[in-house]
Design a protein around this ligand. Structure first.
Ligand SMILES: [Ca+2]
Length: 89
């Protein structure tokens, strides 16, 4: 499966998404915990990263397992950008 999200710079490739995902996935378990999302958002300049991470999980965690996996990550990127975060790949 190939994912594309539209960012300010145009379409983001699957490869770029995977690289970004692995940068945020600190413990390399192939899913992003709330703590990892909070840290990622903090790096992106979030004012209240823990709050933002909770909102992002509510919005993007399609299977409600409490984590964002690679299948859900394109939604997370779109969500973050819709909230004004500029994600540099
Ligand atoms: Ca992880």
């Amino acid at each position: 499966m190939v994912f594309y999200v539209m960012s300010k710079g145009g379409a983001v490739s699957d490869v770029q998404l995977r690289k970004l995902f692995s940068r945020f996935d600190v413990n390399k378990d192939n899913r992003l915990s709330k703590e990892e999302i909070s840290e990622a958002l903090s790096q992106l300049g979030a004012f209240l990263p823990d709050y933002r991470a909770g909102r992002a999980l509510t919005h993007c965690d399609a299977n409600k397992d409490g984590f964002i996996d690679l299948d859900e990550f394109d939604d997370f990127v779109s969500y973050a950008e819709s909230k004004g975060f500029e994600i540099k790949l």
